[in-house]
Write a protein that binds this ligand. Sequence first.
Ligand code: URA
Length: 198
Amino acid sequence: MTKEARALRELQERLRGCRECPLGDIGTQTVGGEGRGPLMLVGEAPGDHEDIQGRPFVGPAGRLLDSALERLGWPRETVYLTNAVKHFKFEMRGKRRIHKTPAQREIAACHHWLDEEIALLRPKAIVALGATAAASLLDRKVAVMRERGNWLVRGDGRPVLVTLHPSALLRLRGVEREEAIERWLEDLRRGTEPPPGI
Ligand code: URA
């Protein structure tokens, strides 16, 4: 096992026991990142399916992301998938667990985990899927629709491209969804082409 793989495993083990915010006590388990490669894709937080399976992007949003990765010719295991927040946040509605957006303090509590993943994996480029990921990666509020598709720079100098979260596309229907997916694929495709010098 390489030094990097060992360090990543050690990080996952520490992450598993994380109780730095109350979300750690309500879900099934912590969901860390998976995959490897020069491109890191960051989502918001695990959902119901991810919480149960302990893997990122395995529910409906993950299926849309998988189909995008397939169309782009990027096998899932050749990118690193992770989230800004590592625990599922939800409220019960009857017997259903309904996703809730993590609060600022929960995003802040998880911030160091994402920073550690980045420091360890040293991705050439990072794609922020949605506003929570973008805010956590760039340490500021990001207007996704205005800033999507542009290369931005993190405090550590790494390039970040912001685009929509797949869940936002799942809320659309018909032609509108098809068109939005095409534009999303264009954004994602740019993720492998950070401008030189950034
Ligand atoms: N949404 C996310 O942001 N991340 C996941 O892992 C699943 C759904």
